[in-house]
Write a new protein. Structure first.
Length: 651
């Protein structure tokens, strides 16, 4: 403690041990303070330069005597007496002042003159003062401008603009609202939408060509060249409708029936119905229906014609339905014996018929006026026809069995198979066909080996399926799954989309893994629990996509830690690069006192992968202190890497 003096001593005050110690302590402290003061070279008394007789000296570096002598002897920087005399002979101050006053007066006069010069003495341009875009026009005053802004006659309102923009943009009539006169020679079918009039004879394609009456025309256009046209004849109060169909095809005029036309037609119909001259009675119809309208035999019922010589064709071609008989003297006779038969004629010069000879052979014949002979065709008997039918059926069955089967109808032979997936769908055959893909085909099919099924309705309706051949050798299902794609004539093939055989894996860890501080540590998953396609490489702790698709990634890690600051972040890496952060855990010092260990996991992250792409799980580990952190040796409930293929497209 510091020395405390005692100043109230009395003559008989006793001196005890504490007083002596206090004195010794005070002497010691005084010596200590004196030594510290003696060694203090930082001006402890705050002595000033004036106190030591140097008040006029500036705190700057002083030149040495040698430097001063060198400067004193410098004849370049110093002047001589002669130089001083010469310079003193120069202009006096008064003279210089007089000249300066005169110069000032002249300068002031010039300046005043320059200041009063309003004709742009410096030739300043509008560009130099920032008005390069202003034209040399008279400007409106502010009051004129405000008056124009407030002019509601010249300006339109928002509602007026909306109203006018929504108006009919095509003029249907003249400016006065009347029909438009059509120029002579105009084709009515070429008129645009509108209301028109003209003389009928002056136009092309009028309902009545050359009609001198006035006509009105209403035209309304549609899409793709279609339009409807209504034509009215003014004098006759008659109307026609014409239609122009797709791509300008005119379908003709149809007259619209008016009451006077219907009345006239009805009167004509009544007049016709009551005309007994052109109509027959029921009794007459019954009588005539029961009569012989054409004689096909002689009056006694025998054959009407005996053909004994000459051309059979020439004898028959101009007569109606008749019975006949003839001999081998008939040149067109298909038999060597006499014929009996019937000729049936549909109209003069055209007919068919049949004939039978004495042996029972039958034929039918046909001719027309352009022929020079009759065409004869044998008529099969029922037995012969049946035998012929049975033989045809047998031949057809044999041909079908030899040339067609389900296999031959559906399976394309190797030579006909389409091995290049890039070939257009129009090149495939119609129907349902099968073909195989092999030799590690890399033209665009999902796998290098498999089976293709084509379901083609036409060149615009085509679906194609690809089936992997399920080769699971070496414990890896490289060639499993089903894909589908579609062909559309306008846009080509859609991408393949997987519809079955999705890959999945569940991987754990073994042992204890050291985590490097403040680094991204790849988690060493190396224990395969499930791996449907053998796609997890435990040597690199990564899942390699067996085919294109969208994959769902999940994972977890059990971290051994202590009660200090800890920052853990679980991360998904794709093809060796950080892709997504999926979970983070951060705590303050001492926060996790109840349980020193931490579990970090992610519920699911979608990752698009191409065939051959790979994913890994990393963990960033940051913490305070020097105690090493570890991933603990825990089972798959804590340390796991789950992968599930959920779609066949890479989005």
């Amino acid at each position: 403690m510091a020395y405390e003096e005692k100043t109230d001593w009395l003559p008989d005050d006793p001196i005890n041990e504490d007083d002596v110690n206090r004195w010794e302590k005070g002497i010691k402290d005084a010596h200590t303070d004196l030594a510290a003061h003696k060694n203090d070279m930082n001006n402890p008394h705050n002595t000033t330069k004036a106190q030591i007789g140097l008040g006029n000296v500036d705190d700057v570096q002083q030149a040495s005597k040698i430097e001063f002598n060198n400067h004193d002897n410098d004849s370049t920087r110093h002047i001589t007496s002669t130089e001083r005399t010469n310079w003193n002979a120069k202009e006096t101050t008064a003279g210089a002042q007089k000249k300066a006053d005169a110069a000032e007066k002249n300068a002031k006069a010039y300046t005043d003159q320059h200041r009063n010069d309003t004709n742009n003495p410096h030739s300043v341009t509008k560009d130099q003062i920032g008005l390069g875009k202003v034209t040399n026009d008279k400007q409106a005053t502010k009051s004129e401008f405000d008056a124009h802004i407030n002019d509601q006659i010249r300006h339109i309102s928002d509602s007026e603009r909306t109203k006018w923009n929504g108006a009919q943009l095509t003029k249907l009539t003249s400016d006065r609202g009347k029909r438009i006169k059509i120029p002579d020679g105009t084709d009515i079918l070429t008129l645009p939408t509108g209301f028109y009039y003209a003389l009928g004879k002056a136009l092309l394609n009028n309902p009545i060509e050359g009609d001198s009456a006035w006509y009105n025309y209403d035209v309304i256009e549609g899409e793709e060249g279609r339009k409807s046209i209504v034509a009215y004849q003014s004098w006759g109060v008659t109307m026609w409708i014409g239609m122009v169909h797709t791509n300008g095809e005119f379908r003709g005029w149809k007259q619209v029936a008016t009451t006077d036309l219907l009345d006239s037609a009805n009167n004509d119909l009544k007049s016709h119905v009551n005309n007994k001259t052109v109509h027959i009675t029921a009794d007459e119809r019954s009588e005539w229906n029961g009569s012989q309208l054409f004689k096909i035999t002689a009056d006694n019922g025998t054959q009407r014609i005996n053909l004994t010589s000459g051309s059979f064709y020439e004898s028959l071609k101009d007569i109606g339905s008749v019975s006949f008989y003839g001999t081998n003297a008939v040149t067109d006779n298909p038999s060597a014996t006499s014929l009996r038969g019937m000729q049936l004629v549909g109209q003069p010069g055209i007919g068919i018929g049949y004939a039978v000879d004495v042996s029972g052979n039958a034929w039918w014949f046909y001719y027309n006026a352009n022929q020079t002979a009759i065409n004869w065709f044998p008529i099969e008997s029922a037995n012969a026809a049946q035998m012929r039918i049975e033989k045809a059926v047998s031949d057809a069955k044999e041909y079908t069995d030899s040339n067609f089967s389900n296999e031959k109808l559906m399976v394309l032979p190797i030579a006909s198979g389409i091995e290049d997936a890039r070939i257009a769908g129009t090149e495939y055959p119609f129907g349902i066909t099968l073909m195989k893909i092999y030799d590690d085909n890399q033209t665009g099919y999902p796998l290098g080996y498999g089976l293709i099924k084509n379901e083609k309705w036409n060149n615009a309706r085509f679906t194609q399926y690809f089936y992997g051949n399920a080769d699971s050798r070496n414990g890896k299902n490289y060639l499993t799954g089903t894909w589908i794609r579609h062909w559309w004539l306008e846009s080509g093939w859609t991408p393949w989309e997987k519809i079955s055989g999705f890959a999945h894996a569940n991987i754990g860890t073994t042992g204890r893994q050291t985590l490097k501080k403040a680094e991204q540590n790849k988690i060493l998953y190396n224990r395969v629990i499930i791996d449907s396609h053998g796609a997890f490489d435990i040597s690199n702790n990564r899942f390699i996509a067996p085919n294109d698709g969208m994959y769902l990634i999940g994972g977890g890690a059990y971290v051994e830690t202590i009660a200090t600051y800890t920052n853990l972040e679980l991360q998904v890496f794709r093809n060796g690069s950080f892709y997504k952060s999926v979970q983070q855990f951060r705590n303050s010092d001492g926060q996790n006192t109840d349980s020193r260990d931490l579990t970090i996991s992610c519920g699911g992250v979608t990752v698009p992968l191409k065939k051959g792409d790979y994913v890994e799980l990393y963990i960033y580990c940051g913490y305070s202190g020097d105690v090493t952190r570890y991933i603990g040796d825990k089972n798959g409930q804590y340390n796991y890497f789950d992968i599930a293929e959920i779609g066949g497209k890479v989005y």
